[in-house]
Design a protein around this ligand. Structure first.
Ligand SMILES: [Zn+2]
Length: 362
């Protein structure tokens, strides 16, 4: 294995209130006729704003069918080719954007993403998570490049339910801890190389931004307000948390948690938040450092105990299912700088739960 380091990023990142007005301008730089893949519900809320932003570009609208599956990607690709579209625009949540990125890849066309929530970094990364048509995880589709333009309208994001922003903070919280683990470890990141000082530093800034602004941003978005704290948290959730710093135990424990039906009502970032605390326990981080993260999560309403994950009084056997799935072959848990096994994962989850309960009830 060559010891190269790789960092990747979108070509252009644009963020601000009413940034959607620039949609036509940025699309025009990429192509004349755009296939716009959009959530039906998003279209009903934003249709006027989207149409007014066309700026001479021809938009062909096509509703996203709800799942980023191979079938859906193929369907949209066919529509794009038959209608001579030269650029793909995705507007909506993570699955819509993942689909738009995959369609663009298979059409060798440029892509512009417009996230309507700040719940993950799907808008910027070079990855599409592929599901079966009935919603089961199928595989990761690694893309050769990140989106050409990411257009983030902070006004639209502040109009979405606050739970999305909070979940996005839970996901972004992982960036620092996973990047640090992967930096010390010897595994490659999703960009196909080792982590750089650049991504390590950005993940630290991401963490500090969340801690300083997270609670204030949550309150502001509850009032549908765009404040400087909201802008900073949106940037942290979508751009700074860019996972090229590498994934490690937290995302594997998250993947393990998806095995249990009880956790299915929770968003990705909500499960990641608890998993970060478990990773910190596994790493034997200082108690005050772990307690700081627990207090932060609790202030936002992110889960800090197994009960809050829907796993009250779960037996060891049941949690072992999570731990074993977290340690499946190819999982990013092996990016940790020390050997890991399911028993360690299980004990770390129980240790995290104990600290969370102590925080809540003492
Ligand atoms: Zn994530």
């Amino acid at each position: 294995m060559m010891a190269v380091k790789v960092v990747e990023s979108p070509s252009k990142y644009v963020q601000g209130p009413n940034a959607i007005k620039e949609l036509g301008k940025y699309t025009k730089e990429l192509g004349e006729k755009a296939l716009v893949v959009v959530d039906r519900k998003v279209m009903s809320l934003l249709e006027r704003r989207i149409r007014e932003a066309a700026d001479g570009v021809e938009f062909l609208f096509e509703f996203f069918n709800g799942e980023c599956s191979k079938e859906e990607i193929e369907r949209l690709k066919k529509i794009g080719i038959e209608n001579g579209c030269s650029v793909i625009v995705g507007i909506g949540g993570g699955k819509t954007l993942d689909t738009a990125k995959a369609v663009a890849y298979f059409m060798s066309a440029p892509v512009l993403t417009v996230p309507t929530t700040a719940s993950s970094n799907a808008p910027v990364n070079a990855l599409s998570v592929i599901y079966t048509p009935d919603g089961k995880f199928e595989e990761y589709l690694y893309l050769p490049k990140n989106p050409d333009v990411v257009l983030v309208d902070s006004r639209i994001i502040a109009e979405a339910p606050v739970r999305f922003l909070v979940a996005g903070m839970g996901d972004a919280l992982a960036a620092k801890f996973e990047a640090e683990a992967a930096y010390r470890g010897t595994a490659e990141n999703i960009a196909g190389g080792f982590s750089t000082v650049t991504t390590l530093s950005l993940s630290q800034v991401c963490f500090e931004t969340l801690l300083e602004n997270g609670y204030e941003a949550k309150l502001a978005v509850e009032a549908n307000a765009v404040t400087p704290a909201v802008e900073k948290v949106i940037e942290a959730n979508i751009l700074l948390s860019g996972k090229t710093g590498g994934l490690a135990a937290a995302h594997s424990i998250h993947n393990g948690l998806t095995e249990l039906e009880e956790t299915q009502g929770l968003y990705h970032g909500e499960k990641v938040a608890f998993s970060v605390i478990a990773q910190m326990v596994m790493e034997d981080r200082a108690l005050e450092e772990i307690q700081e993260v627990i207090a932060f999560c609790d202030s936002l309403g992110l889960p800090v105990t197994l009960e809050q994950l829907g796993l009250k009084d779960a037996e060891r056997d049941k949690l072992m299912v999570v731990a074993e799935a977290a340690c499946a072959e190819k999982e990013t848990i092996y990016n940790m700088p020390f050997p890991v096994n399911p028993e360690m994962v299980l004990d770390s989850m129980l240790g995290a739960d104990a600290l969370g309960r102590e925080f809540l009830f003492s």
